[in-house]
Write a protein that binds this ligand. Structure first.
Ligand code: OAD
Length: 242
């Protein structure tokens, strides 16, 4: 990785691996969130319609967990890189599949394509509430706007369209450098962003503990924990390390 130059555009896609060292479980593999839960039960509109109590408990546990975790060195490195980019005419876009708020707390501007645990949304009137105080697993939160009995988590479930796809398409079309970090490349459409970046000629970098499904020989694979790899990547981008 060489120092980024004025006019360069770096796009970063993050996944659960970036928050793993903060203490939040990833999805796939041993101990992952999908080991103890069936995706179709807790992460689909059908699951919510069938058993909202089960889905609510699953997300209330995850919402409550945010209070006990902090951003790690990977989150802070990306926030610092974005700030440096602002000062050096380098556009840095951060797209995340993560629904935790750790990038935001570290100071990044982020496009949370799979929604946010902090946000609840009314299925009837679309009103959104940003709050992390109603955490009782057995109590639904009614809609303050229309009175509907329960808000749903504002999470993009399987079968639903991720947020910001038009903006993301524009970003990818113009990217000169692309980093995928802490994501297994198993979930679409995010898994296709690396390919989209390659196809416009961007230099591509991939960080994870093991090679993700969508890695190709032309990508530079930066194997290892994000809390070590991303600060070094950011330092190289900023020309602090050669
Ligand atoms: P996964 O659990 O599928 O993949 C986690 C990735 O992070 C793997 O590639 C690991 O190698 C890597 N990893 C683990 N610890 C790491 C560390 N300390 N440093 C760097 N990498 C590490 O999680 P995602 O790819 O984020 O969607 O999952 C994508 C989507 O699938 C999620 O947003 C979620 C899930 O279903 C929804 O809920 C809609």
């Amino acid at each position: 990785m060489q120092r980024l130059e004025a006019g360069d555009r770096l796009t970063i896609l993050t996944g659960a691996g970036v928050s793993a060292e903060s203490g939040l479980a990833t999805f796939r593999g041993g101990g992952g969130l999908w080991e103890g839960h069936r995706v179709e039960d807790v992460a689909t509109p059908e699951g919510w319609a069938r058993d909202p109590g089960l889905v609510w408990r699953f997300y209330q546990m995850r919402r409550a967990a945010l209070g006990g975790v902090q951003p790690n060195a990977a989150h802070f490195a990306l926030a610092r890189l974005e700030q440096w980019g602002r000062e050096h005419d380098v556009r840095v876009h951060l797209i995340t599949q993560n629904v935790d708020d750790l990038h935001q707390r570290a100071g990044s501007t982020v496009l949370p394509m799979h929604g946010e645990l902090e946000v609840l949304r009314c299925e009837r009137c679309d009103h959104r509430v940003r709050e992390l105080t109603s955490l009782d697993e057995a109590v639904f939160v009614p809609c303050p706007a229309c009175g509907h009995t329960r808000l749903r988590p504002d999470i993009v479930w399987f079968g639903e369209v991720p947020y910001g796809m038009d903006a993301i398409e524009d970003i990818l079309m113009n990217t000169t450098h692309f980093l995928s970090a802490g994501t297994s490349g198993a979930v679409w459409p995010a898994a296709g962003f690396l390919h989209a970046a390659r196809s416009v000629g961007a230099r591509t970098y991939v960080n994870a503990l093991e090679a993700p499904a969508n890695l190709e020989p032309g990508d530079r694979f930066l194997e290892g924990p994000a809390s070590q790899v991303l600060p070094e990547f950011a330092a190289r981008c900023m020309g602090e390390v050669r």
